[in-house]
Design a protein around this ligand. Structure first.
Ligand code: HEM
Length: 457
């Protein structure tokens, strides 16, 4: 990968006439959006080969500068808020809602973030572990009974079930009706924001109203039964900032809804990639199993026992490096013209940081295309060579709020799965990676699944 000279990330007001980064804008109005949406990975690869790690394009109606690599992400993350501001496509803004953390900027974002974080503090996380473990066991038994399954669809139900139980204490997420409403809403996130009866966007807006009505009902129940179970909704209804201000009901509703999407689509993608990569690398699966057997931990899992699974931790990190779930994210508006790498970054353009391509930097990751959990072993720790070279959860003031929750769910799932079960890829399926809206294998990963006899597959 052609990279820019290091140490060129400091904020600089452009002096004299600087060139724009290389690149092209494509067609009038649509720019290069169609080629991007057709195959985002190819789009980025081709242009990176042609122009390097910083280039201009035109996406979703906006002139955009694409930034790849640790230096570029450091430049962005360390200047966020003063110099860059979150930007979303119009459909995202409407479907997430005006009070969602995803659309807030500046001080309003920081205050809201602190309040929402109360639902993901270590104390709160410690309470979620048991539910995740119970739900995981229930699903593993279900898949054992099924014998063959398409993992992406099943993992979507599993992660939605966990999110609904822990976020709003609803037990019926795999209820097909709710799943359909949710799916209609989620499909609208990448739609053209034009409302006419029956349009994708119109259906998504209606689905949003249905979901908000459901959350409303949950809030009423909480208000009537003060000693209800601890869940994210309850924590948010009680959360206060330093001055004792509480979140408004609208803020609670929009953010609970946002977390349902942020918190389950990403995890579905990560867990599907885990299952695929382990099936393709039996030596890694074997080593992860050996660690479980050597630890000989008794159930149920605890925070301490999870911490001891150091090899499994490396495997999970490598899965998120190789197949980061979030691809279409990370757009920011430039608030003030600046310079990066000798190029002008003009005011009011968008910048768009790239997670997948940053994780493929050969200067940081040896044989970057190889699945190699050992690269995260303490004696190699390749990701520590450069800050922001490992960014599956983004970085800076907008780093993923659910990062520790996601890591917990991934680890519990992986530990129980590899100890007791085995799976094989079914022949004749397309495993090619599709990356929008979230990364997954083309045919959803079809497998044969069974319980292991002790010590055997
Ligand atoms: C493997 C799972 C996950 C991945 C890979 C992931 C990835 C990301 C990324 C890359 C961002 C930053 C986007 C940007 O810079 O524009 C982000 C933000 C966010 N994530 Fe996650 N996420 C995951 C799970 C979760 C979960 C479980 C939750 C909540 C329950 C969550 C809630 C959020 C929120 C609220 C933000 C916005 C933070 C802000 O703007 O301050 N994520 N996530």
């Amino acid at each position: 990968m052609t990279s820019l000279p290091t140490q060129r990330f400091a904020w600089r007001t452009p002096k004299g006439k600087l060139p724009l980064p290389p690149g092209r804008f494509g067609l009038p109005i649509v720019g290069e959006s169609i080629s991007y949406l057709r195959d985002p990975a190819r789009f980025m690869n081709q242009r990176q080969k042609q122009y390097g790690t910083i280039f201009k394009t035109h996406l979703f109606g906006r002139p955009t500068i694409v930034l790849i690599g640790a230096d570029a992400t450091r430049f962005l993350f360390t200047n966020e808020s003063q110099r860059f501001e979150m930007t979303n496509t119009p459909s995202f803004e409407v479907l997430l809602g005006a009070n969602s953390i995803g659309v807030k900027t500046g001080t309003a974002h920081q205050i809201l973030r602190k309040q929402l974080f109360q639902a993901f503090e270590p104390r709160a996380l410690a309470e979620y572990g048991t539910t995740i473990e119970d739900m995981t066991r229930r699903y593993l038994h279900k898949w054992e009974r099924m014998g063959t399954l398409t993992w992406y669809c099943e993992l979507k139900k599993y992660t939605l079930d966990i999110a609904c139980k822990l976020f709003v204490n609803v037990e019926t997420a795999s209820d097909e009706n709710l799943e359909k409403v949710y799916q209609t809403w989620s499909d609208g996130l990448l739609s053209i924001p034009i409302r006419f009866p029956g349009s994708k966007f119109d259906r998504a807006v209606r689905a949003r109203e249905q979901l908000l009505a459901l959350i409303d009902e949950m809030i009423n129940q909480r208000q009537q039964h003060r000693n209800s179970n601890q869940d994210v909704l309850k924590i948010l209804l009680q959360a206060q900032d330093e001055e004792g201000n509480r979140l408004s009901l609208e803020e609670v509703k929009d953010n609970v809804l946002g977390m349902l999407v942020a918190g389950h689509e990403t995890l579905t993608s990560a867990l599907t990639s885990l299952c695929l990569l382990l099936a393709q690398h039996p030596e890694v699966l074997q080593a992860a199993r050996a660690e479980q057997e050597q630890l000989g931990l008794t159930q149920p899992l605890t925070q301490e026992s999870l911490k001891q699974m150091t090899y499994l931790e490396q495997v999970l990190k490598e899965v998120l490096r190789m197949a980061p779930p979030v691809v279409r994210s990370g757009s920011r508006k430039v608030l003030e013209s600046c310079e990066f790498g000798g190029y002008l970054i003009p005011q009011s353009w968008d910048v768009f940081y790239q997670i997948q391509e940053t994780h493929q930097d050969q200067n940081v990751y040896a044989q970057a295309q190889r699945f190699d959990p050992e690269r995260f072993a303490p004696d190699r720790a390749e990701n520590k060579q450069k800050v922001f070279s490992y960014i599956p959860f983004g970085g800076g003031i907008r780093e993923c709020l659910g990062k520790e929750f996601a890591r917990l769910e991934m680890k519990v799932f992986a530990a129980l799965l590899i100890r007791e079960y085995h799976w094989e890829l079914l022949p004749g399926q397309n495993l090619e990676r599709v990356v929008l809206p979230f990364s997954r294998p083309h045919d959803g990963l079809k497998v044969k699944f069974w319980r292991r006899e002790s010590g055997r597959v």
